[in-house]
Design a binder for this molecule. Structure first.
Ligand SMILES: [Ca+2]
Ligand SMILES: [Ca+2]
Length: 218
């Protein structure tokens, strides 16, 4: 006996598989890394689709964000998570370090809201903790990510993702006054897809289609 699924079911399965494949194909995040620029370059508006700024300014300097060499610092250098360059400011003594959001943090504004962000927090000495917050366009806090307590030159990728493109901006920093550290290698989705759920949807769709195809015809 030859199994012939109903044409409607076949078309629906094909459409779902196609949609899942497209979501996977577009799922690669946009990478924003200071390593693409020379040290000292003002990165505030260097990347299409986002604006970078420093808030709090507790270490001094201005609101612009620069590419900073994490190893060529007179005080408290550390190893970047990628290359040598990290997000930094014009703070006189600690251009490469960020602390809690109210003191000195990196703010990233997205021209179009996004659904997922990743950024690395690097400890420059013992027991630093990274902190990431995401907000919507009405300044509502959508979620937070806190790293483990990290040791010198250890980094952890902080990530937040949601089911819809709701993130208007993020703040990234350390968690408290004992947690000054570095930030590097920002990534985000710009097309409204979240990689893992899309992949799971595709698997779920395939399993559902298999179950339907095995039902006896009435
Ligand atoms: Ca880097
Ligand atoms: Ca530190």
């Amino acid at each position: 006996m030859i199994f012939r699924p109903a044409s409607g079911l076949r078309a629906a399965a094909a459409a779902l598989a196609c949609g899942g494949a497209m979501a996977l194909a577009h799922a690669a995040p946009v990478v924003v890394d200071p390593d693409a620029f020379a040290p000292g370059t003002d990165l505030s508006n260097a990347f299409a689709g986002i604006t970078l700024s420093a808030v709090g300014l507790g270490f001094g300097g201005g609101p612009a964000i620069f590419a900073v060499d994490s190893l060529s610092q007179p005080a408290e250098p550390f190893t970047a998570s990628t290359g040598r360059l990290v997000f930094g400011t014009s703070a006189p003594t600690f251009p490469h370090l960020f602390r809690e959001p109210s003191f000195h943090a990196l703010r990233v504004d997205f021209a179009a809201p996004t659904d997922a962000v990743w950024i690395d927090f690097i400890s420059n000495d013992s027991a630093d903790t990274g902190f990431l917050q995401a907000f919507d366009a009405a300044d509502n806090l959508l979620g937070t990510y806190t790293t483990a307590s990290l040791t010198a030159n250890q980094f952890e990728t902080m990530s937040l993702s949601f089911g819809s493109a709701s993130i208007a901006y993020i703040l990234a920093s350390g968690l408290d006054s004992a947690s000054s550290g570095g930030l590097d290698h920002l990534r985000y989705n710009d097309d409204g897809t979240v990689p893992e759920p899309a992949a799971l949807l595709l698997v779920g769709t395939a399993l559902l289609a298999l179950r339907l195809s095995r039902r006896p015809a009435r």
